[in-house]
Design a protein around this ligand. Structure first.
Ligand SMILES: Nc1ncnc2c1ncn2[C@@H]1O[C@H](COP(=O)(O)OP(=O)(O)OP(=O)(O)O)[C@@H](O)[C@H]1O
Ligand SMILES: [Mg+2]
Length: 261
């Protein structure tokens, strides 16, 4: 059997809540509880769940932007340390929900995309790579010298995608990548992500509270509630024949699910 590209073992993350008084007992928020997932190369895994169910916390743990309180994350079968981290940082990239806050407003588009190439010691010509990746996300090259505030919401999210893809990752984690966009632009950006995942052979972890987005892009799905994964499997079987009451409620809230591509 192939080694999973990312795998979690009893992953947990507790946050300390502010104390009501100095003598009050420390309360914890169990944001992620005993999560075991295994993501193979080429998987398109959707993570769904209501607001506050722990989706973003799980994404941050997968990306090592946050440390677990318990359990572990393996990358290609290894616990990461020291020198391996540089390769991991290049291989696993994220797109956030709101490009307005995830892009530095003081940087022109070309600087935004150059940054990961420099930080991750990308070996090929950086300027040529900026052009190439802008073409991949279907942006005109005149945009290189523009600043985020000079772009539309859709263009900004394309720049965020270009930055994530610049150093040729193998895994893309997208946390609500289209939630901040208006309806028409959402569809375009979803189609773009779909094409790029296919063309580049990427592994996708897509987080969304919107089941229709996951139904369109993902072949597997995990449903989160109160920090736990309560149900997971092939998207068609989970959405077509949900086993858990909470999953049934999530599905009932969507007018009509689009069919899987
Ligand atoms: N840094 C933090 N400190 C304290 N509590 C936190 C922190 N980050 C997240 N939480 C709490 O952990 C829980 C899970 O939050 P998380 O952001 O992972 O949810 P989510 O599923 O991504 O929600 P949404 O759909 O609204 O983005 C929430 O109760 C949240 O308030
Ligand atoms: Mg979130």
């Amino acid at each position: 059997m192939n080694t999973p590209i990312l795998e979690t073992h009893s992953l947990g993350r507790d946050f300390k809540l502010p104390r009501a008084s100095v003598t009050a007992k420390q309360q914890l928020r169990h944001a992620v509880v005993d999560v075991n997932i295994s993501i193979n190369a080429g998987d398109r895994l959707g993570i769904v769940g209501e607001s506050g169910s722990g989706k973003t916390t799980l994404a941050k743990l997968l990306l090592r932007l946050d440390q677990p309180t318990s359990g572990s994350v393996n990358f290609m079968g290894q616990k990461l340390q020291g020198a391996d981290m540089a390769d991991f940082r290049r291989q696993v990239q994220i797109i956030f929900q709101d490009p307005r806050s995830s892009l530095d407003p003081r940087m022109a588009v070309e600087q935004i995309i150059l940054e990961p190439l420099e930080c991750l010691n990308f070996s090929q010509n950086h300027q040529a790579r900026i052009d190439e990746v802008l073409q991949q996300v279907e942006l005109d090259l005149v945009i290189r010298s523009r600043y985020p505030h000079e772009l539309s919401g859709g263009q900004r999210q394309r720049v965020a995608i270009a930055r994530a893809l610049a150093a040729q990752p193998s895994v893309l984690v997208a946390d609500e990548p289209v939630s901040a966009l208006d309806v028409l632009v959402r569809e375009e950006v979803l189609q773009l992500i779909n094409r790029l995942i296919n063309q580049l052979g990427l592994t996708l972890v897509l987080i969304s509270h919107d089941l229709s987005v996951v139904a369109q892009l993902c072949d597997k799905v995990a449903v989160m509630q109160h920090g736990r994964i309560i149900e997971s499997g092939a998207t068609q079987s989970v959405f077509g024949n949900p086993q858990h009451q909470f999953t049934r409620e999530l599905i009932a809230a969507v007018p009509q699910l689009p069919t899987l591509k």
